[in-house]
Design a protein around this ligand. Structure first.
Ligand SMILES: Nc1ncnc2c1ncn2[C@@H]1O[C@H](COP(=O)(O)OP(=O)(O)O)[C@@H](O)[C@H]1O
Ligand SMILES: N[C@@H](CC(=O)OP(=O)(O)O)C(=O)O
Length: 570
């Protein structure tokens, strides 16, 4: 049963005690956390919840590790050059690699950080994913003989061929993929159906092409680069086509593959964002729209990297969607919790699940603008100084459905809420926000279930039918959730200001919910008035000197030092 494991890198040394094989003490050194995490992943060892301060790491030994323990082996793994070499992950979204010129600029940007050894994650070029989805839809009804003429297929072909041409690269791998894509569309036309599984295979061509083109272009510039399809290197997912979850086995598999390739032959990895491999089906899956952000944070966690950079076409996470408020401005710092809430409640800037791996591994995420690299961007970390923070961002999620459910039974009856939620569970419908009293509950349903598909009227009718067995139900459609993300410790001030604005604009709030997360207050209003409300709230909180006004009130009240009225933002 005895064992000893020694891990050394960057002046950090770790050793597992013979007497206590389920925990591991280590002598700390610079970067020891990262080194150890990387080491464990590399060795396929699962680490339980860590207590780094006490220098004890509980290790959940899986069978392979236990086996090596029984042999009383001493495993010494010199990690010099593993944890230190690949340092950051840089993800570039579709807008950042939309054309040959953009690819050139991105390559230049990457090379302007010669001290970094980055893992690159790319999305499909520009609107390629949308075009592939439209091409698939057209194929279902166009007939086999017309499949080659689908307009969106030709847009995809033209964009990629033009890019190859302009970058002056060989591109033979892309010609093969474009042929394969056309065959696939003919197949869809023949079958007259497009299943979620085929949809994922279809859209995967976008990332497979963009990464091949970019890696080849880097090589043309004299930079060693290696292209990877995520489904070949250990991105193991659930089989929920179009919206798959990353499974735990992904982390050690990825670390092993990327590290060992690097050791044998160092070359910048260029990895397809957005896609994975279903663990049962072994078919290509996708992580939901915008899923390349999640690819990047998964790699950051797997390799224990120093930083995850997500390069977009805006100066970071903004105080509001710039398409709604042209005056939206960048937020310098956010916590993982704030960013996750913002993403979950509809901000398109980050994938809803993408903060999870970063938060779990405590790797900071930086959101930057590839069109304006000098802009500082947004830094997302575990904690930030909230004493000066009030409202961070306003997020709008439109076209949601709200249900008002009032129990038909008397006050004091137990089990009402349990019954309501079991109905949603049985029907597989996710609930967003909830406000409740003892005999009634109002809740909102996400119609798009995180973009994977629309809730159809039939499903809604069925929910209402089931709920009507125990309650009086009002189904309210065309509603919007306005989420106020910020310091909910200061909710009274936020709500006072918000309701003032809404009252002035003649808007009646139909539901309020303040989540346990303490970073989000959600207000439900009619779709028709939502954008106007968001603009008015943004103007009041971020544009009209509200904080100066608030400070004045405090000064008048003789409590100028109250943190409630400190300047907004980070
Ligand atoms: N709060 C917000 N902050 C920043 N961008 C936002 C916000 N809400 C919506 N957006 C939109 O998200 C876009 C960036 O996300 P996305 O299109 O996924 O970028 P990429 O394709 O480069 O990854 C921006 O162009 C902007 O229009
Ligand atoms: N190409 C995929 C994945 C992605 O992440 O894209 P982007 O980074 O451009 O949002 C999509 O359009 O959904």
């Amino acid at each position: 049963m005895a064992t000893s494991i020694q891990l050394r890198a960057n002046g950090c040394c770790a050793g597992m005690s013979k007497d206590c094989p389920s925990s591991l003490g280590f002598s700390s050194g610079r970067g020891s956390k990262v080194v150890l995490r990387t080491a464990f992943r590399f060795a396929g060892v699962k680490v339980g919840s860590t207590n780094w301060k006490r220098r004890v790491v509980p290790v959940c030994c899986d069978r392979t590790v236990c086996r090596s323990m029984e042999k009383d082996e001493t495993v010494t793994q010199d990690l010099e050059g593993i944890a230190s070499e690949l340092s950051i992950v840089m993800k570039f979204g579709g807008s950042s690699v939309a054309t040959a010129d953009r690819m050139r600029e991105v390559a230049e940007l990457i090379l302007s950080f010669p001290e970094e050894k980055p893992v690159i994650v790319l999305s499909a070029m520009g609107k390629t994913t949308n075009n592939l989805l439209l091409a698939g839809e057209s194929a279902v009804s166009c007939g086999v003989s017309n499949a080659s003429d689908i307009a969106e297929l030709n847009s995809v072909k033209q964009l990629h061929l033009k890019t190859i041409n302009e970058l002056g690269i060989d591109g033979s791998s892309i010609f093969c993929l474009l042929d394969e894509l056309e065959q696939l569309l003919k197949g869809i036309a023949m079958m007259k159906e497009l299943t979620p599984r085929t949809t994922d295979y279809l859209v995967s061509f976008g990332e497979c092409m963009s990464t091949r083109i970019f890696a080849e272009y880097l090589r043309k510039l004299g930079v060693k680069a290696r292209q990877y399809d995520a489904f070949d290197i250990g991105f193991i997912t659930s089989d929920d086509f179009t919206n798959a979850d990353i499974l735990e086995a992904t982390y050690p598999a990825l670390a092993k593959k990327l590290h060992s390739d690097w050791i044998v032959d160092p070359a910048i990895p260029v990895v397809t964002g957005f896609i994975g491999k279903g663990w049962k089906s072994c078919a290509v899956t996708t992580l939901g729209r915008g899923g390349s952000d999640l690819t990047a944070t998964t790699i950051g966690k797997a390799l224990g990297l120093r930083e995850i950079q997500v390069w977009k076409d805006v100066d970071g996470v903004l105080t509001c969607d710039p398409n709604i408020c042209s005056n939206a401005r960048p937020i310098p710092c956010l916590t993982f919790e704030e960013a996750a809430e913002l993403a979950y409640f509809g901000s398109q800037v980050l994938h809803p699940q993408s903060m999870r791996p970063a938060r779990e591994s405590d790797v900071p995420v930086r959101v930057k603008n590839s069109y304006n690299p000098k802009a500082p961007g947004t830094l997302i970390t575990k904690e930030r100084d909230m004493s000066k923070a009030l409202l961070t961002s306003i997020v709008l999620k439109s076209n949601i459905t709200m249900l008002d459910i009032v129990s038909t039974r008397m006050l004091g009856q137990y089990g009402f809420l349990a019954k309501v939620f079991s109905i949603f569970e049985d029907l597989g419908i996710s609930v967003d926000s909830v406000a409740t009293s003892e005999v009634s509950v109002s809740l909102t349903l996400d119609p798009s279930k995180l973009w994977s598909r629309e809730l159809i009227q039939q499903e809604l009718d069925h929910v209402v039918e089931e709920l009507e067995k125990i309650a009086v139900v009002h189904l309210l459609q065309h509603r919007s959730i306005i989420s106020l993300i910020g310091n909910v410790q200061k909710s009274s001030l936020i709500l006072e200001k918000a309701f003032n604005v809404l009252h002035k604009n003649g808007v009646n709030v139909q539901m309020i919910s303040q989540g346990a997360s303490k970073v989000n207050i959600s207000l439900v209003v009619n779709d028709s008035e939502a954008k106007q409300c968001v603009r008015a709230l943004h103007a009041a909180f971020f544009e009209n000197g509200f904080m100066d006004e608030a400070r004045e009130v405090v000064v008048q009240n003789g409590s100028a030092k109250s943190p409630l009225f400190a300047a907004n933002g980070a």
